[in-house]
Structure formats: C-alpha cells, structure tokens
Design a protein around this ligand. Structure first.
Ligand code: AMP
Length: 222
C-alpha cells in the first residue's frame, strides 16, 4: 500500500457487486467527486439531449455503448475543479477506454493513483441484482436488503414509486455478467500487469458494512 490515500480512484466490480453504493458512501465520507458514466447516460436519456436521443433503448439491452460515445459523454460532463478528488464508477469498461482515460488525464491534468476491484462471485452478483430498485424520477438507487427505502418501494427523496431497472431483468442480468467477463475483466488484468503497485482488491462477498470497512482500510483512508 502506498503511504497515502488515493487522490483519484477507479473502481471496478461486476454488475451487482455493490460497487456503486460503496462509491457513493466513499464519496460522501471522503469527499470524492463521483464520475459515473452509467448515470450520465441515463440522465442524457431522461433529458433527451443529443447523446440521449441516440441511445434509445440501448442501455436496457446489457450491451455497452461505443467507446466513441463514452468519449463524447465525458467531454460534455467531466469538469473537475483543481481540488477535485475523482472516483470513477463504471469507467473504463473496455480496453479501448483505457486510452480514453489517459487522454482525459493528460488534457485535464490529473492522474489515477489507484484501481480498486470489488471482487464478487458471479452467483452472488446475480442474486443481488434481483433486489435492486431505482427512482424513475430522480435516479436514486436502492437495494431492498442492503439499502432499503424508508417506506416500502418508495423513493426517500421525492416519494415516487421505485422501479426495477430494465437491465435488471434476469436474462439481461446474465448477459451483463458475460459482457463484464469478456470486456471489463481484461481491463483489470491490463492494470494488474501495467501498474501492479496501484492495484487493490476487496472481497465483496461479505455484508455491506464489512466490505466498506475493508475498502477504507485497503485504500488507507481510515
Ligand atoms: P451502469 O449504471 O454503470 O451499470 O451502466 C448502465 C449501462 O450504461 C451499461 O449496461 C452500458 O450499456 C452503459 N454504460 C455505462 N458506462 C459505460 C461505459 N464506460 N462504457 C460503455 N457502456 C457503458
């Protein structure tokens, strides 16, 4: 472990690993600005902006969108201030996006100094994904066991009835696992070879609080 907590961090984890809730908690506790390409894409669809109209139903299929579109998305949305500590959640997701990240590092003047893998078995991940819910209005995410809303199936923020994400249907869930194994696992393997000193892993097959505690320790934040 380097002698300091990471300044700019990339988190990997298969769909259903709990990575996004973990990222949210780390962001709040330690002041990271979250960079979430999935959320940016859903926001584009909600707003119907120039990127959103090109996506149509693409997000619910489980396929990744093109690297070119991710580049364009980040060009529109990535605006770190000099003081920002960045936490990338869901990017880079393909080997092609490794160079997209490098490009932003160079143009915006930051350097990722930690790659964290939230390692979860495929079986656990699939089981967890069937419990996910999202607010169709504000995009807040919940998990019926790990992070339930205060009122049954209702958003804490705006009282709207929660929904299952379209990409959490069981055949899509299995397909997303396959996409992760084929396209994102090679990205982790790449960083393990290219920058082993920056790579960390936590066992995500544990209760949420235990994963969080391990993560804080592994990252040298606590
Ligand atoms: P997420 O919320 O991160 O699970 O992302 C939801 C969906 O958005 C994914 O299934 C992909 O279709 C798309 N997506 C999000 N981030 C990326 C990315 N970095 N590269 C390609 N597609 C992405």
């Amino acid at each position: 472990m380097p002698g300091h907590a990471p300044l700019h961090l990339v988190m990997f984890g298969r769909p259903g690993s709990g990575k996004s809730s973990l990222a949210e908690r780390l962001g709040k506790e330690f002041g990271y600005q979250l960079v979430r390409t999935g959320e940016m894409l859903r926001e584009s669809v909600r707003k119907g902006d120039s990127i959103g109209v090109r996506l149509a139903d693409q997000l619910s299929t489980g396929n990744l969108v093109s690297d070119e579109l991710i580049l364009e998305l980040l060009e529109h949305n990535l605006r770190p201030s000099k003081e920002s500590k960045l936490l990338f959640d869901g990017f880079p997701r393909t080997l092609g996006q490794v160079s997209v990240l490098e490009r932003f590092e160079n143009s915006l003047g930051f350097k990722v100094d930690c790659f964290l893998d939230v390692a979860v078995s495929r079986e656990d991940a699939v089981a967890r994904m069937t419990c996910r819910r999202v607010c169709p209005s504000c995009g807040a995410t919940y998990h019926l066991i790990a992070k339930p809303p205060k009122v049954d199936e209702t958003c804490d923020v705006d009282g709207v009835k929660l929904e299952r994400r379209k990409d959490d249907a069981i055949d899509v869930v299995n397909y997303r696992q396959k996409v992760y194994d084929q396209q994102t696992q090679p990205v982790i393997d790449h960083y393990r070879v290219a920058t082993p000193a920056l790579c960390r892993a936590v066992n995500g097959n544990q209760a949420v609080d235990a994963v969080y505690r391990d993560t804080v320790r592994v990252l040298g934040l606590g």
